[in-house]
Each structure stands twice: as C-alpha cells, then as structure tokens.
Design a protein around this ligand. Structure first.
Ligand code: G4P
Length: 530
C-alpha cells in the first residue's frame, strides 16, 4: 500500500447546496474562518463597492448581483483537509452546479429555518441522490423567527424521503436562541459571544443533559424545554447510523445560525468525523480507487477569465487517484497527447498558488488554451473514461449575430471556444450563415453576449428562432444517417466538434423524423453520442 493513504483518508471534498439566500455564502465564510483560511468575515462575499471592484470583469455579475464564477476553497480543520467546491447560486447556472456535484464526495444542505425545503434545494438534492452523495443538513437562521424544529425535521423526511436524525438541538429560537446542544456527543459547549466576524472561543462545557452546570449556565425555562425536547426527539428519530448516512439514506441535521457562528464548529467537527473521504470513482472499463498509485483525474469544469489580465482558461480537475506532483506528465486521453503539468494551481480562498503535490479528492487547476474539455480524463497512460458527468439538453435556442458583419468569422471562433468550455451548445446550420446557440437557462444568453463582447471584442445580439429543440443524431449504419441528413438538409447543423445535429421546428417535426428514420438515434446530449 502506498504511503499516501493518510492523505486520502483525511480529505473531505464537499459542496454546499441551498436555495439562494438560505445562507450559503455566510456559512462558507464561517467555515473558512474556523478553518483558518481567512482572517476576517466579509472576505468571501465582498459587499457593496468592494464586490463590484473585485469582479468588474463581468458586468452581469454586477448587474444581477449573482456570482457566475465558482471556485474551490481548501482549508484544514481537526486533522482533515477540506476542499469546499463552491457552486453558483443562480438557477440558470445549474449545469455548472450539477457538474460540480460530480466532483464531490459529500454535500452540506443549507436550509433557511423560516422557509424549510425550497425548490432549488430539492432539485439539487435530487442530483445528489442520483449519485448517492451523502448529505449533512444545516438548518440556518435559528436566531430569527423560525419554524418549529420538529416540523422542519418532518418536512425533510417527508419531501426528500430521507431518514433524519438531529445531530444538534437548538436551545430556544429567534431572539432567545442561545446555541445548540450536541446530541451526538451529548454535550453542550456554550460560545463566548464575539462580534459577528470574530471567531468565538469555546466556553464552558457541560457533559450530558443532567450536568448541573447546565442549570447554572442557561435560564430555567430553556433548560426545561431542552430536556423535554431532547427526550422527545430521541424517542422519535432513529439513532445516527454512519453507514446509512454514507449510503445517502440518512441525513444528520445540525441547527445553527451561521451569522452568529452558532453550530458552525459542530458542523465542521461532524464533517471531519463522519463525512466520507474520496470515494471510488465510476469509470469505464473499471472504477478507480483513490488509493491507487497511478494518478488519474477528470475535468469537471472549465473557467475562463479568472484573472482578467491573463486570458487563460482553467480546467478544474478532480483527482481520482494517486499522488500528483508538479511537473508530472499525464496523458490527455481524448487527444492522446502528453500534458506537461508544470504550473498546476491550487485554490486557497481568494488566492491561487502553485500545486506542488495533490492527492485523490483534491482539485487542481490546469491553465490551458482550450485543449481540455469537460469530461476529459487524465491518466498516467491507462485508457479510462470517467462516467456520470452530466450534460444537459439545450432547451432554449437563439440565433446570434455580430453587430458588425465583418466580425462574423471572429464570432465563429469565439462561439467555438465557449462551446468547448461547456458554456453553451453552439450549432452551425449547414445552410445559411447563422449561428445557433442552445442553453438551459435564459440568463446564459446574457452572460454569453457579455463575454463575447468583453473577451473577444465583438458586440452581438441574440434573436429568437422558431426552433423547438436540438437532437444530436447518430446511427450504427452511416448510410441511415446520410439519408436523414440528405432528406432534411435545412434542419441539419454541426456542433463545435462537427457532430451532426437535428434542429426541430416543433414536436411534430421531431416525431416525424424519428418515425421516418427509426434506425437513427435522436439524442438529447452530445455525451450520449461520444
Ligand atoms: P446565499 O449565499 O445562500 O444566497 O445567502 P447569504 O449567505 O448571502 O445570506 C443571505 C442573507 O441571509 C444575508 O443577508 C445574510 O446576512 C443572512 N444570513 C445568513 N445567515 C444568517 C443567520 O444565521 N441569521 C440571520 N438572521 N441571517 C443570516 P442580506 O441582508 O441579504 O445581506 P447582508 O447585507 O447581510 O450581506
């Protein structure tokens, strides 16, 4: 067994899923504070002018107040190395979020205590469930008027069909919220309150509910309610079962208030103790175990423009196995080329630094000029394909046109690059001069227009089309495919890799083509073709 096993077993690679406004940014910030990765609150989410200054490369971010970019944050706590993968909050970027979830081993689901399970939380939860990603729940904002904790547990259990067991229990709520009792350890650590941004010291510790210190530290009514409720909840909920959590059937629930630091340390401690270390990665022809000596990894995200001064692209690679060292040469399987990785980057809160070494579960960024794409595998030579990286059918199709017709050719190149990044699907109809862009959410058109203007200097407009949907077409018999293409020349386009696509005007048009060419497969995603 190689000697990096410890490095693997102490890795915790996770993401936070939540509905916008539930408190993901605040919690992220507090996790980084506890992990010592940042010194002051407010560093993650620069507010007001500071935020505008930081991300002035992307106007959409300013105008919409959303974070389009997502990143990786690494910090240490309780002997573990945590990799927190941020996910964009806006609905239109769900593709990115979904792909990010393929690169984590567990997730934290943040719920607003006044609102319970909201729509986005449920959708993201479903993605986690598809991949059996274990979930820890954090019920946030207990310092506000919140719903009854029993009610919230019941809702999680009912709407998500999950077993639920509280890992901590709130003492009071709203203005009377005093903190949380640790049910797993059967103890209470009262925090010495500090300013919002400062890290509190763990204060007095009470062992067990009968500890007389509890009566001395908390008001009578709070102790009585706590004892009564803990008694009840222990009777009602199953005991915490590690295996059931790891298999994605049970979620331990922490209550807290991220902004007041309540429950954050307990959550982090919980993740160190129970969250899984890197898992077996599904791949073809065989899954990859994290302890394997040879380095393997896959690209789950491409991001352009992280540094406005350098027009680089960063491919985010999740290492699936091995001990990676800077300067290694890895095979890029899609092209068969050897990549010399002399300047991979690690991400630390806001900064990047050179990655001297990394292990399974870590994310390294590889600067490149567009040769790396989502889903690509890197290995020390073995032919592997990582599976389960989702791709989505473009549901909205619009024509894109350069305002200056002389820039049409440059526009083609810009679109090609954006498609390779996974920002959108781009189709070039075989007849006519238009380009068609396919996306999942409307806002992606605006982001693209903005990027094409700022990054490539080409002002463009998007225009509505009569198109209903796009299907990649493939057939075992090339003649069948040729027949379809010949008979439907006006409806055929090529994607950025030259794969043929059928652009349907309406459901009937698609149905008719499927009926006439039963041996041709009409596929919703290009990954299905490759
Ligand atoms: P998000 O990333 O999930 O969208 O949520 P974010 O952390 O930005 O939090 C959304 C709002 O909820 C913020 O207020 C934040 O301060 C507040 N919040 C987060 N955690 C708690 C908590 O534990 N208790 C209470 N009472 N509020 C919390 P905002 O007014 O929108 O922004 P700001 O002016 O505070 O930045």
């Amino acid at each position: 067994m190689p000697d990096f096993t410890d490095a693997v077993t102490t890795r915790r690679t996770f993401a936070i899923i939540s509905h916008p406004d539930a408190g993901k940014t605040t919690l992220t910030e507090k996790l980084l504070l506890f992990g010592g990765a940042i010194q002051a609150a407010g560093a993650v989410k620069a507010r007001g002018d500071a935020r505008r200054a930081r991300s002035d490369w992307m106007k959409v971010e300013q105008e919409r107040g959303i974070s389009v970019a997502s990143s990786v944050m690494t910090f240490d706590f309780a002997g573990c190395v945590f990799n927190l993968l941020d996910t964009p909050g806006h609905e239109d970027f769900s593709e990115d979020t979904y792909r990010t979830l393929t690169a984590v081993d567990s997730a934290v689901m943040v719920i607003d205590a006044a609102k319970g399970i909201e729509e986005r939380t449920r959708k993201l939860f479903e993605v986690c469930r598809l991949r059996d990603v274990p979930i820890v729940t954090f019920i946030n904002k207990m310092d506000r008027e919140a719903r009854d904790p029993f009610d919230l547990l019941d809702e999680i259990e009912q709407t998500l069909a999950l077993d639920v067991t509280p890992a901590s229990w709130p003492i009071g709520m709203g203005r009377d919220f005093l903190g949380c009792y640790d049910l797993l350890k059967d103890r209470l650590a009262l925090l010495h309150k500090k300013g919002r941004g400062e890290l509190p010291d763990p204060g007095e510790v009470c062992e067990g509910l009968e500890d007389p210190k509890l009566d001395a530290l908390l008001p009578d009514y709070a102790v009585a309610t706590l004892r009564e409720q803990v008694d009840m909840v222990r009777g009602l909920c199953p005991e915490f079962d590690l295996e059931s959590y790891r298999e994605g059937h049970l979620t331990p629930v922490y209550f807290g208030s991220a902004i007041n630091n309540f429950g954050v340390r307990e959550l982090l401690q919980g993740l160190a103790e129970i969250a899984p270390s890197p898992r077996l990665q599904p791949a073809s022809p065989r899954p990859v175990a994290p302890e394997e000596e040879a380095v393997t990894g896959f690209v789950f995200k491409i991001q352009a423009n992280m540094d406005p001064k350098h027009r680089d692209r960063i491919a985010f690679v999740r290492l699936a196995s091995g001990h990676f060292r800077r300067g290694m040469k890895l095979t890029h399987l899609r092209t068969g080329k050897l990549l010399n990785l002399h300047n991979p980057v690690l991400f630390l809160a806001q900064d990047r630094e050179l990655a001297e070494e990394a292990f399974a579960g870590d994310i390294i960024g590889i600067p490149n000029h567009g040769n790396l794409r989502i889903g690509d595998a890197l290995t020390e030579g073995e032919a592997l394909r990582f599976t389960g990286i989702p791709s989505f059918a473009p549901e909205l199709l619009q024509k894109v046109r350069a305002l200056d017709p002389l820039k049409a050719k440059h526009l083609g190149r810009a679109l090609q690059q954006l498609a390779e990044e996974g920002a959108a699907a781009v189709f070039k109809p075989r007849i006519g001069a238009d380009w068609i862009v396919g996306v999942v959410g409307q806002l992606q058109f605006e982001v693209m227009a903005d990027r094409i203007r700022t990054e490539y200097g080409i002002p463009v407009v998007f225009e509505a089309t009569q198109l209903y949907t796009a299907r990649w077409v493939a057939a075992d018999d090339p003649l069948q495919l040729k027949r379809l293409i010949d008979a439907n020349a006006v409806a055929i386009a090529d994607d950025h890799d030259g794969q043929p696509v059928f652009l349907a005007r309406n459901a009937w048009h698609l149905g008719k083509a499927e009926e006439e060419f039963p041996k041709v497969r009409f596929l919703k995603t290009r990954e299905a073709v490759l």
